[in-house]
Design a protein. Structure first.
Length: 520
């Protein structure tokens, strides 16, 4: 039986005095740790900044936005919000305290469009892991953090199931890091509802070592469309059947079909009624703000917000339900851990249960000290044009060198569970390994460490890299290197954006995709 507390240790600061009861998980359910009552998420997906911007949109760092929106959140009766894009660099105290005082919990996606596992060419490196740790450092201290999503619809089709191995490695490592910090915040995953891979996805994230499992699962579900839909005809009944008897909580990460507007949200009666409450713990309606996709409950313009027709219908439907659960003291979990899905194209699943290793700065820095030829760059370029040029150059280098030299040390094959000992290093470190491999293969002749001015010779401080793979980061190490190269957006619910100047050295999704595609 697993129990985890979705709140941080109090730090004695006045603005973080507990204003909200911690939520815990026990078996397949959430509970209020003080009252023992079962907790059902009555949530809304919240990403209110719809302006075009080159920066990751972090609404929880903007007091004015939170002040504008909090009355609406309270009025509609939600007890939780899901926020897709945040950064660890701003000050979130005001917004998080306002939400906590209002009894509203926050479920955060660790990823952003530029800081994520790229589903097409997945990699998991020191910079991405460092970024996730920074976000945990920033938000783990707040008492109303309900949990973190390690990924959202990263695997969304039969042809990219290998990406799930990298996401599961993120779950393993962030769970470990949270534990090291003395926190007990659960880490989960949000999946799309693809009939071809639905079962494989669900079982994959609840199989294997306990330390690698998701601590809760979410399904983004849009099948209940219009007043004529029912629990059975919508497919909701099948989803509940698939999740019955599991050992971890299930929620709806997103719901709310908009094929017919205004939406009447008739599914809410099932979500919070006897149809689903034995298995599901509520969910998040999609979404708070009106965008071009037409799902909004509220239209925003600057400091003003206006209710849409959907708003009143959602509020009415939510107010009408009173989910009935069990008391934590009388609940004895009986759910079972799942068996990992079979691997092979015949099974619509290729992600091995063997996961990528934890990225290690110490390993990568050690490797760099052994090289005689490296990239001239010590940090990633920041302008869009320079990033594009860099990505193309590096892609060509990878393609040329790895066509004739074994690049296994910096490559991955999740279908076989094979990961090179430097595959968790960032792009600059990996390309330095590649140019050095070529240089050594050419017996270090003049001109073989140039690559049209991209590389330069170096004097190694280590005679070889034999000790590097055993190097591990200390538990106090929380940040990655200066650049990140994980790839393009895997979150279909939010638009692509760039984190811009707030984090020097972030690689654009386009450049990272070029690099990863050439290498893997």
């Amino acid at each position: 039986m697993r129990v985890s507390i979705a709140s941080a240790a109090l730090l004695g600061l006045a603005f973080r005095a507990a204003a909200i009861d911690p939520i815990v998980t026990k078996g397949s359910k959430f509970f209020n740790s003080k009252t023992g009552e079962q907790f059902f998420i009555k949530g809304v997906a919240y990403q209110p900044d719809i302006e075009s911007t080159s920066q990751v949109r972090d609404p929880l760092a903007d007091k004015a936005i939170c002040t504008r929106d909090l009355p609406f959140l309270k009025d509609m009766g939600v007890n939780a919000i899901r926020v897709y894009q945040t950064e660890p660099f701003g000050n979130h105290d005001d917004c998080m305290k306002m939400l906590s005082d209002a009894g509203i919990y926050v479920l955060l996606d660790l990823s952003t469009p530029t800081e994520t596992i790229n589903r097409e060419t997945p990699t998991y490196d020191v910079d991405l892991y460092g970024y996730y740790k920074q976000k945990i450092d920033t938000f783990g201290e707040y008492d109303n953090i309900l949990g973190f999503f390690a990924g959202n619809e990263v695997t969304n089709a039969v042809n990219n199931t290998d990406a799930s191995a990298f996401v599961k490695a993120v779950i393993r490592d962030t769970r470990s890091y949270i534990k090291e910090k003395g926190l007990s915040i659960p880490v989960g995953y949000a999946a799309n509802d693809d009939a071809d891979i639905r079962w494989q996805l669900q079982t994959y994230f609840d199989c294997g070592s306990t330390d690698e499992q998701a601590e809760f699962l979410a399904i983004n579900l849009y099948e209940w469309c219009g007043d004529d839909a029912t629990f059975e005809t919508s497919g909701y009944a099948d989803v509940v059947k698939n999740a019955t008897g599991w050992d971890i909580p299930y929620i709806l990460g997103e719901y709310g079909c908009n094929a017919i507007r205004p939406r009447t949200f008739t599914e809410i009666a099932s979500i919070y009624g006897s149809d689903m409450t034995d298995v599901f713990s509520g969910g998040f309606v999609y979404e708070y703000v009106e965008e071009a996709n037409g799902y909004g409950l509220v239209e925003v313009s600057g400091s003003k917000a206006t209710k849409t027709e959907d708003y009143a219908n959602f509020k009415t439907a939510l107010a009408a339900v009173k989910p009935s659960g069990v008391k934590m003291s009388s609940y004895s979990p009986s759910g079972k851990q799942q068996t990992c899905p079979k691997v092979g194209s015949d099974y619509h699943w290729v992600a091995s249960s063997t996961l990528p290793p934890t990225p290690s700065n110490a390993t990568c820095e050690c490797m760099m000290k052994s090289l005689s030829c490296t990239s001239k760059l010590t940090a990633m370029p920041t302008s869009a044009s320079d990033l594009k040029s860099f990505g193309q150059n590096v892609g060509q280098i990878f393609g040329t060198v790895c066509a004739s030299i074994d690049c296994g040390d910096v490559s991955t094959d999740a279908s076989k569970g094979e990961y090179g000992k430097y595959s968790g290093c960032n792009a600059l470190q990996r390309v330095s390994w590649v140019v050095n491999a070529w240089y050594e293969n050419e017996r270090m002749v003049d001109g073989s460490c140039d690559f049209d001015g991209f590389a330069t010779t170096a004097k190694p401080s280590l005679s070889d890299d034999s000790s590097c793979s055993s190097q591990k980061d200390s538990s106090s190490s929380s940040s990655g290197s200066s650049s990140h190269t994980s790839g393009s957006n895997s979150d279909d619910s939010e638009d692509d954006s760039s984190s811009g100047a707030s984090r020097a050295g972030v690689v654009s999704a386009a450049a990272a995709a070029i690099i990863a595609a050439a290498l893997f």
